[in-house]
Design a protein around this ligand. Sequence first.
Ligand code: IPE
Ligand code: IPE
Ligand code: MG
Length: 244
Amino acid sequence: MSLVDQWPDGIDPDHVPTHIACVMDGNGRWARARGLPRTEGHAAGEEALLDAVEGALILGVRWLTMFAFSTENWRRPADEVRYLMGFNESLLMRRRDELHAKGVRIRFAGRRDWRVPRRVLRRMDESVELTRDNRRMTLTMAFNYGGRAEIVDAVRALVAEGVDPDGVTEKSIRAHLYQSEQPDPDLMVRTSGEYRISNFLLWQLAYSELVFSDVLWPDFRRQHLFAAVAEYQHRERRYGRVRT
Ligand code: IPE
Ligand code: IPE
Ligand code: MG
């Protein structure tokens, strides 16, 4: 099937978001509804992630950022945290060649602190290295990521450089964020019927269009991504201006 055949109905090819960010939420509830342990919900989320990536590739989205583990998710039961660390590692092992073959550049945003097992960090580094020259799409996994922590880290870096107060600007803070060259998300999608940001990309979401879906993450497929993009295309982005 050619790309043209796959083009989803109702989407204007001239106004596809350059950057989509996604909060993959609802794994636990998906599992509970089936009488399964929460971890089964995370496992089932893998298919959703890969299908969302495929959908983004079909649309020609250049940047896709997925929230996989927050700085607050350490508060979960130790078993679940341990599972999520191992799951991230095994998902990379299983899927990185396939993503590489599709021209996806893999990156990570978040803190590399002592709580992330070294083995997991190693797999992350290997995946970044393997895919570093790919340009079709950049997939950033926000892992041990917190929007506040990111801003704190940026300000710390500025202070360490010895900038004076006048040197603290929106531009200089942005230049020290985890992915400084990446444009802000045009569209942020959150699944599972929760209407909040939960410390995701606080700086970058300032003018993003927000779309909330009731679908639980493991049930999310490319059609849901297409529906979110269609909704985005009906929004008017004003950035504080008035309509002309
Ligand atoms: C999202 O699903 C995955 C992570 C936060 C790691 P949840 O695990 O938050 O699922 P719910 O929100 O409890 O249903
Ligand atoms: C946000 O979901 C983090 C990820 C999806 C990785 P949470 O499930 O942790 O958010 P809250 O606790 O409902 O706000
Ligand atoms: Mg949740």
